[in-house]
Design a protein around this ligand. Structure first.
Ligand SMILES: Cc1cc2nc3c(=O)[nH]c(=O)nc-3n(C[C@H](O)[C@H](O)[C@H](O)COP(=O)(O)OP(=O)(O)OC[C@H]3O[C@@H](n4cnc5c(N)ncnc54)[C@H](O)[C@@H]3O)c2cc1C
Length: 308
């Protein structure tokens, strides 16, 4: 059998970890998020980061789902390649944006054929970005809870969802966000991963509001080690999430010195991760921006160990 053929075979089931089962273990999980590269050069850089981070043996790695066209194809391709060619457990993000239900079924079928068993079910941002009006595909779905329910009917997948400690930009209140998370759990979501945030209080508030509604959903904090002030501004604008003054001023104080910004970014993320783990967070999901050094520094500072 040629190497090319074996690389395309689905991975054996024993290499595909169940994320909910991993979260039930005593040791905190850690995981890395990547976004679809925009061209071949960026894809090569991404693979360098993936190979470096693979050595830490994370609980899982995830790839965000592009807004459409070629980035979407790259999302699927990178996720499938992780499943087929690495030792990593991939979590495939999937959104409702621009898809009919039958297209969603066929993307899930392609993930399944590649041996992917963990899916993060999302609505996605409206075309044109956050702040624009959400328009459902005429044969599609309106909200993530419907996608959770759909994926659950399509096979033995584990399903995770998004959560928003600082309030989703379209949501009327933090309580409404908690109600939405409960609805997703009731539809079959087994855990949530948060949008990036910067204060322990935001996370604990969300967790308490969900617990007060009688649900015991593991909520994994999503943290972004900031390496660049401009990038933070862009991510904040894209996500609609606030940056507290205390964090912004620490970064702005060194804004003219890129190395110092990276240093402060690592410090801020390390401190927050330590506080969250001490409060019983089930793990940390690192938003890597497709780069490994800052994430690896925080991972090292936390004394996290490679999973066995
Ligand atoms: C961890 C994480 C990963 C992400 N990955 C991606 C990605 O890969 N690709 C991408 O494009 N985007 C991604 N996003 C962004 C996300 O898709 C957007 O923030 C989107 O606007 C909300 O997605 P959702 O799944 O929470 O949607 P929903 O849960 O559908 O919520 C969207 C809005 O509708 C409201 N709502 C939810 N359910 C109902 C209901 N049944 N009735 C009435 N109102 C309701 C909510 O309060 C919210 O304001 C990610 C976000 C996070 C936190």
């Amino acid at each position: 059998m040629s190497l090319g053929t074996s690389a395309r075979l689905p991975r054996p089931a024993h290499m595909t970890r169940s994320i909910p089962q991993a979260l039930a273990q005593d040791l905190p999980s850690f995981s890395f998020e990547f976004f679809p590269p925009k061209d071949d050069a960026a894809e090569a850089h991404l693979w360098e980061a993936i190979r470096r981070l693979e050595k830490t043996r994370p609980t899982f790695v995830s790839v965000t789902y592009g807004a459409g066209g070629s980035t979407r194809d790259r999302s699927v391709r990178v996720t499938e390649r992780i499943a087929r060619e690495t030792t990593l457990t991939p979590l495939a993000h999937l959104t409702c944006v621009g898809h009919s239900v039958s297209e969603l079924r066929s993307v899930v079928g392609a993930f399944s054929a590649a041996g992917i068993r963990n899916i993060l079910a999302l609505r996605g941002d409206p075309l044109g970005g956050p702040g624009q009006e959400w328009v459902r595909h005429r044969e599609g779905l309106d909200h993530a809870d419907e996608l959770v329910a759909l994926v659950r009917t399509l096979g033995a997948f584990t399903v995770g969802v998004a959560a928003f400690p600082d309030q989703h930009p379209e949501s009327p209140s933090l309580d409404a966000d908690a109600e939405v998370l409960v609805r997703k759990a009731d539809a079959g979501a087994e855990y949530a991963i948060t949008q990036f945030f910067f204060t322990k209080e935001a996370y604990l508030g969300l967790r308490d509001r969900v617990a007060a509604r009688g649900r015991d959903l593991p909520i994994i904090p999503g943290l972004m080690p900031v390496t660049n002030v401009k990038q933070l501004a862009r991510m904040t604008q894209l996500s609609g999430q606030p940056v507290p003054d205390a964090v912004a001023s620490r970064l702005e104080a060194v804004a003219d010195d890129p190395a110092a910004v990276r240093e402060v970014g690592v410090e801020i993320t390390t401190e927050l991760a330590q506080e969250l783990l001490a409060e019983g967070a089930p793990g940390i999901h690192f938003i890597t921006m497709n780069r490994s050094p800052a994430t690896l520094r925080v991972w090292d500072n936390l004394g996290m160990t490679a999973a066995q």
